[in-house]
Ligand binder design. Structure first.
Ligand code: ADP
Length: 368
């Protein structure tokens, strides 16, 4: 059974009344790829997923699966399975019957139903619970039944809408790994909505960052992490969050730019391309983004930033320091777990300038 399924979305628009929630949205999803949709609450992730599933009408634009337009196909004819945050299991049915329900509707033979349910149950390690009712299961087991119910139908596309957000932290980690295994085993196309950074980063082949119904950036997890195309993506992707502060341009050359840091120190930053320079001039205010692992504590004479420790968070393997300094800037710095700095201590920091993300207006300057 070959389950090819590429999804092609073109110029999709969705209105709820007068509210334009999906705006001229286009995206190509490759066969057998795992795509996560992330973005702030209300940006349209669920709506998009529900439109792919056929649960929500399209106002304009097209959704195609394997080049066949599916806009007018009913959900059951799209060969798509969706797994929700609320497991939506039938409480009065056993696990087996919950998983078999869709197949019975499709009038499959008992033999085939048995085989498919047992197969899925084994994959998900719930074969011992088939006779139980949902209320006799833990949250993680219930979510596995919900996934099992989707698997037995052998869909071409799996859609997940925040499937793990009702689970406690430990179970989440476990289920995340199970979904990663499923992805390898089932080789179907998967689209996964989450607000969990770690799920988005670890599961995805491609992450789509949405904002107000539009795409901000599409890329592999590490592309988005290391090369965010704008301030929004830089601030959205990555935990702990990237640091931002303002700086002023003091010199512009072909392949470098000098900027004055909040400490008044002037540093030179290697620039990959000067094509965006036209609107920048000496004195321009630019925004610098720097991730916490690219800031180090250093000797006072080498400091790019001098501050005081505001907050210390010991996580065991590492420690987060919040350091406040010149111009009211606070930076989050990741240091070793047994770092002795305490609240109130002076702290001297240096930046890896080659890791600066420089933003000017809506433009990103490429740092070499
Ligand atoms: P997300 O999943 O990213 O949190 P949603 O897709 O659920 O966002 O919602 C996108 C926007 O559409 C939000 O502003 C939300 O309030 C609105 N919305 C969602 N469903 C409906 C609905 N059935 N009727 C009216 N507005 C809706």
């Amino acid at each position: 059974l070959i389950k090819m399924a590429s999804i092609n979305i073109k110029s999709l628009n969705k209105f709820y009344g007068k509210t334009h929630v999906i705006k001229d949205f286009s995206l190509e999803i490759k066969d057998q790829s795992f795509t996560t949709l992330v973005g702030p609450s209300g940006c349209g992730k669920s709506t998009l997923l529900r439109m792919i599933a056929g649960l929500e009408e399209v106002n304009s634009g097209t959704i195609s699966i394997n080049d066949k337009q599916v806009n007018d196909l009913s959900p059951k004819d799209r060969n798509i399975a969706m797994v929700f945050q609320s497991y939506a299991l039938y409480p009065h049915m056993t696990v087996f019957d919950n998983m078999a329900f869709g197949l019975k509707l499709e009038k499959k033979s008992n033999e085939e139903i048995n085989e498919r349910v047992l197969d899925a149950a084994k994959t998900l390690q719930i074969q011992d619970y088939l006779k139980r009712k949902p209320k006799q299961l833990s949250g993680g087991q219930r979510q596995r039944v919900a996934i099992g119910r989707a698997i037995v139908r052998n869909p071409k596309v799996f859609l997940f809408d925040e499937p793990l957000s009702n689970l406690d932290a430990n179970l989440r980690v476990k289920m995340r790994m199970e979904i990663a295994n499923l992805k390898r085993k089932l080789k179907t196309t998967m689209v996964y909505v989450t607000h969990d950074q770690v799920e988005a980063m670890t599961l995805a082949d491609k992450i789509v960052v949405l904002r107000n119904g539009c795409i901000e950036q599409v890329g592999t997890p590490l592309e988005l992490y290391h090369h965010p195309c704008n301030k929004f993506v830089a601030g959205f992707i990555g935990l702990p969050k990237i640091n931002f502060f303002e700086a002023f341009v003091t010199k512009l050359a072909r392949q470098e730019i000098n900027i004055e840091l909040p400490s008044k120190k002037i540093v030179s930053v290697p620039i990959g391309s000067s094509e965006n320079f036209k609107t920048i001039h000496i004195g321009s205010k630019i925004l610098v983004g720097i991730r916490s692992e690219h800031i180090k504590t250093t000797r006072p004479e080498d400091a790019d930033f001098i501050g005081r420790v505001n907050v210390v968070e010991h996580l065991g393997s590492e420690t987060y320091l919040y350091a406040s300094g010149s111009r009211g800037v606070t930076l989050l710095v990741r240091v070793e777990g047994d770092n002795p700095l305490e609240v109130g201590d002076a702290v001297y920091l240096s930046f890896d300038k080659s890791r600066f993300h420089l933003f000017f207006d809506k433009v990103k300057l490429l740092v070499e």
